[in-house]
Write a protein that binds this ligand. Sequence first.
Ligand code: CO
Length: 172
Amino acid sequence: MAILEIKKYPEKILKQKTAPVGDIDAKTQQLIDDMIETMNTVRGIGLAANQVGVSRRLCVIDVSTRENNVPLIVLINPAIIEKDGMIEADEGCLSIPGFMYTIKRPEQVFVKGVNREGKDIEIEAAGLLARVLQHEIDHLEGLLFIDRLSPIRREFFKRRYKKSLKDAAAEE
Ligand code: CO
């Protein structure tokens, strides 16, 4: 297994819609293992393939550190079938470290996809898992959580982000 480099905003691959996964071959299995290892190492609760430089419709989710009874999820070619309700919660992203914003999203989702064995899976989720599912599926569409901010708040983010990069460079 290997720890993969996580792509950071504003790298282009994060803005591109990913392509569906075809055969779940040995290379894909290796990618899944490496993504799980990488997510665990940085204590993330979700990671999309394009965040590690592979533009394929695949993500891994592990909210077990925050919510019991939810096993690790490997989700290939996911689609949101139904959404219900609306709720605000704080969100962050491994590709935009150090920034958190309150984002409004549907409260419950019904998602279909395929697991790493190629078997069809259905997930009915609320709470944190519903949020992470939507955040990761957004990634696979080339969307970041900051794209869900109002235009004004997004401009503020961009300015603060640029400044944070400059400050970090100055410290080196
Ligand atoms: Co993210």
